[in-house]
Design a protein around this ligand. Sequence first.
Ligand code: SAH
Length: 346
Amino acid sequence: MAENKKDIRALTKDQLRAFFQSQGDKAFRGNQVYEWLWQKAAHSFDDMTNLSKETRQMLEDHFVINHIKVDAMQRSSDGTVKNAVKLHDGLIVESVLIPTATRSTACVSSQVGCSLDCRFCATARLKRMRNLNPDEIYDQVVAIDNESRLYFNRPLSNIVFMGMGEPLMNYKNVIKAIDKITSDEGLGMSPKRITVSTSGVPKMIKKMADDEVKFNLAVSLHSAIDEVRTQIMPFNETFPLADLREALEYWYAKTKRKISYEYVVWKGINDQQKDIDAFVKFCKYVPCKVNIIEYNPIDDGEFQQASNEALENYITNLEQNRIVVNVRRSRGKDIDAACGQLANKS
Ligand code: SAH
């Protein structure tokens, strides 16, 4: 029986309205249920208190709400919160709440595991198991919004798609989730506060530009030299820097919005002057800003954070070329919640 029940959140509002009509009820009930499902993020039909008991039972007979469950929550000494989130089929993903003095940022997952193979990332070691559905992405945001209100007395202010997975390899569902997050019928957040981070899938970056998306784009670059990038991000062989550059130029021409480059500097990999020169050159193709991310070790020490001197060298060279650069300190390292550490250790 349960197997035949449909996930009610796969229905559009119009489909829900039509469903109620087909049951001899008013289409308007569809609007009420839709509001419960999204804006009020109800976990069960019993929560829908303005519906009669019979209506709730009827919904129960036809549908399920595949709500995520926060299975385990860990709090870091720096305030960062990590949720291990259980999906309806038992798989687990992780999401993180990163608080600063003024902001609460949610870092959410888009896939279970990841199909890419970045050699410095813990998530890459889990192969991709499946894409997340729009409601599973939405639920992660709602869970973190609740935690932000509970622990920091304020709603969520920003969302970054920098958790597990490659968002542009699950584009359709990520877009549907963002539509709900930004809609007044969902969380009503501004798309300006949302950043989608990609390893750089040129075709999809162009598609995003064509779709006139309103959120921000971040690209995990890590090297502007093909041989080096392919060594640490092997899919660069398939999507080389020239294609990435072309896609980013296309994005900027269409959206007029700056791109953020995420960049980690590793000892002996990309810490030389030639690496810096290539990066500075790449930064000039399209208006951008740079986030230098601290490396979060994931294993045996094959990758190591570069020296402060190398970092300073990067910063000086970028600034001399009038490129805005931020250095991002890791958050939540003690609970394996930092970038690249999400791997369901438990
Ligand atoms: N697949 C997307 C989003 C997930 S990764 C992407 O590649 O952008 C989020 C960010 O963490 C990326 O910039 C990624 O390169 C970075 N990252 C991965 N492993 C890391 C590690 N061990 N230390 C620091 N940053 C890491």
